[in-house]
Design a protein around this ligand. Structure first.
Ligand code: ZN
Length: 257
């Protein structure tokens, strides 16, 4: 069985496709999806959507790409919503720092740190979005004494950086990046890190796989990502799949069913 630990199932791209997609996923043994929130306006939609299916889980949070309309009271609302959360709301995210976008990094850091504090207070893991800011995020996690861990979504990078995040209680979200032959460093890293540190994700409908760049991504592609990952690992496919499933359940305290 498999879990897509990062799928934007609430995005309008999936409108009208969700029921049939859930059936296809079940047939492929992909039996759980986690929907990470990106902005306040989506929180309600996501929690409603997650209540329509048994196997959907979600997080609430403010993604650095969606800070244009950010208001300080959004953080109060976030804390309040997470304090009274449903059992299928399992994390705070996605949050982080992104150097590619125009939003001032000082603003991104402020919102990131405040969300980390909420997660720490409520004992929730976080889903991290990091672009060209690995060192700074590590510094902040240490300085904030953040102990809840979570997932470094769409991980790419060196073995040394991966190890630093693992030490802080993070799993590495392995996604479409590794299907690109140019991702040598990341491929080398994911072949060596402890099996307990791996979780799978698609980031669908974003992050198309190699040779599918013109298409929207789908959670169905999780199995392709898994195949590529297993080609870099020494374990058998069944052992790898079982452990990854367990890792995802553990980090997000998913209900056993
Ligand atoms: Zn995402």
């Amino acid at each position: 069985m498999f879990i897509d630990s990062h799928c934007h199932f609430d995005f309008s791209y999936f409108d009208g496709k969700r029921d049939s997609l859930m059936e296809q996923l079940a047939a492929l043994n992909i039996n759980k999806l986690i929907i990470p929130a990106t902005q306040k306006n989506a929180w309600l939609t996501i929690s409603k959507l997650a209540s329509e299916f048994n196997n959907l889980y979600y997080s609430l949070g403010i993604h650095p790409h969606f800070l244009a309309n950010f208001q300080p009271q959004d953080l109060y609302l976030l804390e309040k919503s997470l304090s009274n959360k449903e059992t299928n709301c399992i994390a705070l995210g996605e949050i982080g720092l992104d150097k590619r976008i125009d939003t001032d990094l000082a603003i991104q850091e402020d919102v990131f740190i405040q969300q980390l504090r909420i997660a720490q207070k409520l004992n929730l893991p976080v889903i991290l979005h990091i672009v060209k800011q690995q060192g700074r995020v590590l510094q902040i996690l240490k300085q904030e004494k953040f102990t809840q861990g979570g997932v470094y979504h769409a991980f790419s990078g060196s073995y040394e950086v991966a190890t630093e995040f693992i030490k802080l209680g993070f799993k590495l979200g392995i996604g479409g990046v590794i299907t690109y032959p140019t991702a040598n460093k990341t491929r080398e890293t994911i072949g060596r890190v402890p099996i307990e540190s791996l979780v799978l994700e698609t980031d669908a409908p974003d992050m198309p796989l190699y040779q599918q760049q013109a298409k929207n991504n789908s959670p169905i592609n999780l199995l392709t990502i898994f195949d590529v990952l297993s080609s870099f690992r020494s374990e058998s496919k069944s052992c790898l799949a079982t452990q990854i499933y367990k890792n995802t359940e553990t980090i997000f305290s998913l209900n056993n069913d």
